[in-house]
Design a protein around this ligand. Structure first.
Ligand code: HPA
Length: 273
């Protein structure tokens, strides 16, 4: 077990003294979705490189900023600097934005990501509400980092993601006329994209989208008592489901096209929370 309170005490104390307010809603922006931060009023921004011990994001599309922002009268913490396990960081390091949000008393978190579509009804550009996760590949490490046991009540995944937030996300989509998909997000550690056989297996076992983030963040946030909502932007057909070669630039390109719907959806969710 890693004592995350001890590990991140310095960074928490340092940021606590400089923030303009305690955020109510944390929004983690996925690959290619970072522009959302510019669509709301920024009150104060921190480059993550200024924060002691904050890992450096090495992935294109993750700028490395924490923004304290406002929209519709709500106080926001916008994370534009997600840390991925596949970048070679420890799981505990990937959890740092979530740890910060919780220690700043944030009560809600909306996690967003770019994902490959496994469900053959999905196409690039779709937005998907994550109604459950498959995180088997990392569950053991994760529960060890958190020091959880299988009988730990805080780890029962009963309201995970939060039913209340899911209802708000669905209502937001309805109000904005956005055809929101729903599905299971299958977490992989990466760092490479999947093989065709892996995708076939995921399909058989109920996966609708695949990606390399979010699951561990969602579990940790829920463990710390935050209500968790999660949305995938389907940026590509998963491996073997189209003849196109998978690439990060395709992911970024599709995310760019979804930007407008994504912005409307997330803004409406903020209004409804
Ligand atoms: N696989 C894994 N991660 C991803 C994908 C994918 O197809 N697309 C975007 N992130």
């Amino acid at each position: 077990m890693v004592n995350l309170n001890a590990k991140y005490r310095e960074i928490v104390e340092s940021i606590k003294n400089q923030i303009p307010f305690e955020p109510e809603i944390c929004i983690v922006l996925g690959s290619g979705l970072g522009d959302f931060a510019e669509k709301v009023e920024t009150v104060k921004s921190f480059s993550t490189s200024e924060l002691p011990g904050y890992p450096k994001s090495t992935v294109e599309g993750h700028q490395g900023f924490l923004h304290f922002s406002k929209y519709a009268g709500k106080k926001l913490l916008i994370v534009q600097g997600r840390i991925h396990f596949y970048e070679g960081y420890k799981l505990s390091e990937c959890l740092i934005p979530i740890h910060l949000a919780a220690k700043l008393n944030c009560k809600n978190i909306i996690l967003t990501n770019a994902a490959g579509g496994i469900n053959t009804n999905f196409k690039p550009g779709d937005l998907m509400l994550i109604f459950s996760f498959n995180g088997l590949s990392i569950k053991k490490e994760l529960t060890e980092v958190l020091g959880l046991t299988t009988i730990d009540k805080r780890n029962d995944f009963l309201d995970f993601p939060s039913t209340e937030l899911n209802e708000k996300i669905k209502l937001a989509a309805l109000k904005e006329g956005i055809a929101l998909r729903e599905g299971v997000y299958w977490f992989t550690k990466g760092p490479s994209y999947e093989t065709k056989a892996e995708i076939k297996m995921m399909q058989k076992f109920g996966g609708d989208a695949v990606g390399m983030s979010t699951f561990h963040e969602a579990v940790y946030a829920s463990y710390l008592g935050l209500k968790v909502g999660a949305i995938s932007c389907i940026t590509n057909f998963a491996a073997g489901l189209s003849s196109t070669k998978l690439s990060h630039s395709e992911v970024m390109e599709t995310a760019k096209h979804v930007k407008f719907d994504f912005e409307r959806l997330v803004k409406k969710i903020i209004e409804l929370i």
